[in-house]
Design a protein. Structure first.
Length: 252
């Protein structure tokens, strides 16, 4: 899980920046979260998944394709997870300020094509609003990279209700950082009433209902982490990376 250092802005020396801006590169801005992921996964799961995907992308991109990653925003809006140990969360206002500051300074470096790689669902409503605000200013082209969950090799119930720290995320970490997982503590927790599930699934809708993860799962897991495996994780990482690569090449 090592991203090509030549594609990381944080590894650039000042003398390299001018040559890079002439390529009109696409800059990937990773946004994630530090929050509980059940009793078996690290609180940095979302941030780790962003790192994993960037590493996979760097191995698939051709040398001449001008795609680079910006320093990540690893703390997001995770207020629905407050109350569990290890959670770090920004307010909407703080995320708003950090996002705008990052874009403003990337533009100051001379970068005007930026794609958001978000790996935490709780960030989505806020980020999409902020992207519209920035796009209206007309001085940066913003895109959203969709990280798709696999549609094969998973039970129908997991596909529908495996929302957090379940089979998918657990498998990805078992395939890449097994030393950071406590597989023996993996559990299965299905969320409750169907109407509450519908409210969560509608996060991108114009009107949503507030919820707290403790209302859905005492352990924080929402899905069946006991079915996870490194083999599944490797398969799903490959699928997600190929999907992202296709989107990036369309933007290029």
């Amino acid at each position: 899980m090592t991203e090509n250092p030549e594609r990381q802005l944080l590894r650039l020396a000042p003398s390299q920046r001018g040559a890079l801006t002439k390529k009109n590169p696409l800059i990937l801005l990773p946004v994630s979260a530090i929050e509980q992921h059940g009793p078996h996964l690290p609180v940095g799961t979302d941030a780790l998944i962003a790192e994993i995907l960037l590493s996979e992308l760097s191995q698939r991109l051709e040398p001449e394709e001008p795609v680079y990653s910006a320093p990540p925003l690893q703390i997001g809006k995770s207020s629905e997870h407050l109350g569990y140990p290890g959670v770090l969360s920004l307010s909407r206002e703080s995320l708003h300020a950090l996002f705008h500051a990052s874009l403003r300074q990337l533009r100051g470096w001379g970068f005007h094509r930026i794609a958001i790689l978000n790996t935490h669902g709780g960030n989505t409503p806020c980020l999409r609003t902020l992207m519209r605000e920035e796009s209206l200013k007309g001085n940066v082209t913003l895109s959203w990279l969709d990280v798709q969950c696999p549609d094969t090799g998973m039970s129908p119930r997991e596909l529908q209700q495996g929302l957090h720290a379940g089979e998918y995320e657990t498998s990805i970490l078992l395939a890449t950082v097994p030393e950071d997982c406590e597989k023996s503590r993996a559990d299965c927790q299905w969320i409750g009433p169907e109407d509450l599930h519908a409210a969560i699934q509608a996060e991108a809708a114009p009107v949503t209902r507030a919820w707290h993860s403790r209302d859905l799962s005492p352990s924080g897991t929402m899905g069946d982490a006991t079915r996870a495996s490194a083999e599944k994780g490797r398969c799903w990482i490959d699928g997600a990376a190929q999907h992202l690569l296709h989107q990036i090449r369309r933007l290029l």
